[in-house]
Each structure stands twice: as C-alpha cells, then as structure tokens.
Design a protein around this ligand. Structure first.
Ligand SMILES: [Mg+2]
Length: 179
C-alpha cells in the first residue's frame, strides 16, 4: 500500500510512510531501483527478527540475500540495548550496524548513510514503527517503508504507541494510493 505523502497536513505528514507492507519479502529490488534507491537501513526488532530473538525467519533471510545479490547496501539501525545480539546478527547476515541515540533522532541514521556512503534520496528505511523508523526516516528525506510487526510480542512502551499508530493510520487512510 502506498501513500500520497505530500498531501496530508504537516502535523500528520511526518508520520506518513511512503509505503506500508505486510512483510519485508514484499519489497523487490526492481521496485526500489526504479525509484533510484540502492541502500536500505533496517530496523531489527519485529522487522528482521521477532522482539529480542536471534531467529531470522527463512523468508526474511532469503529476502536479505536477494537484496544483497542485487547490489543493495544494507545497514542495521537498531535501538536495541542488546549489543551482543546485534553484533551476532550483523556477522551472520553480513550487514553492518550503526549505533546512536534512539530513533527518531537522526544521528544513527546519518551515521548509517555515512558508513554506506549514500545520500538520503538513494536510501529507504524499513521498520515496524511510525514513531521511530518512519518519523526518523522522514526527518532526513529517506524513503520510508513501514512493515507490519512480525510478532505481537513487544516492549510494553511499544504496545502503547501501537494504539496511537492505529489512530494515525485511520487519519492517513484518505491519502492511500489504491492499487
Ligand atoms: Mg522495531
């Protein structure tokens, strides 16, 4: 599902993703390349793995390989406190990571862009939260892809923001591009 991102009022636009997908597996290299995008900043929890988990579902692992094979530059941008898990997944998947203050702060995303040596307009951020991943990406002019959370289990604070996300999604509904 895509959104006409320049149409919502300013207060709402900051949380409007460019696209909403059910799983990362829906994102194709061809589609992103047609938009001039060849780098991806990836959230970890509930985007690539379930919350606090080391397990990458098979379809996600295959998607990562497909993007890498298509020449995409990937980098993790995660707020996780468990650095050991992030490092382990980084090594297993061959994806570097950037660290920094919590999204939607821009520092970590800027570091990731520097590491990959790409411009915001060549980059998409993929994440499951409007208030961290999408907002942070929008602040830097990065293409934002909001992915449905992989698993209902998550941080208690996130459960609260989910209710606000649902409310926002209703407000964004009129700006949906119908297929
Ligand atoms: Mg997440």
């Amino acid at each position: 599902m895509r959104f006409r991102k320049d149409e919502p009022p300013g207060w709402l636009r900051r949380w409007c993703p460019d696209e909403h997908v059910q799983s990362v597996a829906e994102i194709t290299p061809e589609h992103l390349q047609s938009l001039g995008i060849h780098a991806l900043l990836l959230d970890l929890d509930n985007t690539i793995t379930p919350w606090r988990s080391h397990k990458v579902p098979l379809e996600v692992a295959e998607w990562i390989k497909r993007m890498q094979a298509a020449g995409f530059k990937l980098c993790f941008v995660s707020n996780t406190r468990n650095l050991g898990r992030l490092q382990w997944l980084s090594e297993q998947l061959g994806i570097p990571y950037a660290r920094g203050p919590m999204k939607p702060r821009r520092t970590m995303l800027r570091r990731a862009l520097e590491m990959l040596d790409v411009e915001p307009q060549q980059t998409a951020i993929v994440g499951d939260q409007l208030f961290t991943d999408v907002w942070g990406g929008n602040r830097l002019g990065i293409y934002t892809i909001w992915v449905h959370p992989m698993h209902p289990r998550e941080f208690i604070g996130t459960k609260v923001s989910r209710q606000v996300e649902r409310w926002l999604l209703k407000r964004l509904e009129p700006y949906r591009v119908d297929k």
